[in-house]
Ligand binder design. Sequence first.
Ligand SMILES: Nc1nc2c(ncn2[C@@H]2O[C@H](COP(=O)(O)OP(=O)(O)OP(=O)(O)O)[C@@H](O)[C@H]2O)c(=O)[nH]1
Length: 410
Amino acid sequence: MLAALDLTTLTVTLTLVTLSMTLLLALAAWHAGTEQGLRHWALGNCALMLGLLLNVNQQHLHHSLSVVLANGLMTLGLGVIWLGVRAFKGRSQPQWGPICAAAVIMLLLWFFRFQVDRLDIRYAVSSVTLGGLCLMCARELLIRAAQPLRTAYWFSGSIALLYGFCLVARPLAVLFGWQSDLPVLDSPLQNLTLLGAMLAQIGMASGFILMTHYRTAEALHRLSERDALTNTLNRRSLQEQAHVLLNLMAQRGQPVTLIMVDADHFKRINDEFGHQTGDAVLCHLVARIGQHLRSDDLLGRFGGEEFTLILPGLDTERAAQVAERIRQGLCSNPWESESKPVWLSVSLGVACSEHHGYDFNTLLSAADAALYRAKALGRNRVELAPAPGADLEDQMALRLLSQFRHNLDV
Ligand SMILES: Nc1nc2c(ncn2[C@@H]2O[C@H](COP(=O)(O)OP(=O)(O)OP(=O)(O)O)[C@@H](O)[C@H]2O)c(=O)[nH]1
């Protein structure tokens, strides 16, 4: 059946397939923004397509073009695609690698065509080089990665592995006699190679676009749940994740503590040092808080200079110790700005599920009330949320005192 396939039809189809995949990659690269790799893949595919076109026209073109230059272009194309895979993964890209590989291949093919005419060696050299480059792409892609990117990596990687293996096996097939003669144009093996190239072309280009799509989806998801300045959870995703965590802790019957952290007199920092320094101080504040958190604790930005922490498994006493360490850590070391050190202190309100249950909003209001009290009592301190039923008048008085001090800015 393979022998019955017509070479011209195969060539035209392969060229059209490669052309449309190149266009697809180029269009995707056009809008890829900072996403690395797509441009390499589009460019590599162009070189690959030109090389293929020259190579299948051996009967009409001089061999310096259809053999030497064609294989050089195909090597360069696959090499650039390999660079694209590395760029996508954020790895170094040795630009000279593909150029040198292409130059060496062209030199070898020129020698074994015009100095010593050895078709078997030319065949082995080009098959092993192109196959080897596909295997190098596969090696970069078939790695452990977080889902969903792993699916896309493995999709492209498996195709590269399969096609690379087939290319490397081509000269072996001749060597071990599975293929009676060296493949001349129109031989079944040559037709099979062209069909394989077509499938590899469609598969790898789709795989690369899938990789970019998953990467973009991941970035969008991250953006939708993180605060752009501090990279902490934003209010909405903090609430969502807190609900899940609180339900889990309630089922297990373990305590959870919610802490509200608010920077003291932050307006003064902005006024004295400017907003940019204010932003840097907020990032410093988050980094400092992060030093005291475990991997399953949640940290979110609730408002301007107000952050919320949720500490699963900690009762009031242990959570108060964490809060105190955060307070001390911040007020004992200034943030070094370019001009002079910026001293920062925080007030913290602590509310635990032991007294306030597992409802997020109830915990939040209890911690907020405690934070108010910390502010009213002079700032730079940790206050525990009073148990429900504590003196309401007392709380009202504190709220008024806090508002009074805030208005006086003391
Ligand atoms: N630089 C910077 N400032 C912010 C940001 N978000 C809020 N702020 C500022 O934080 C300040 C908060 O001021 P206030 O609510 O009066 O609180 P405060 O000055 O910290 O006083 P107390 O909380 O009472 O100690 C305001 O000046 C806001 O402009 C931000 O993302 N970056």
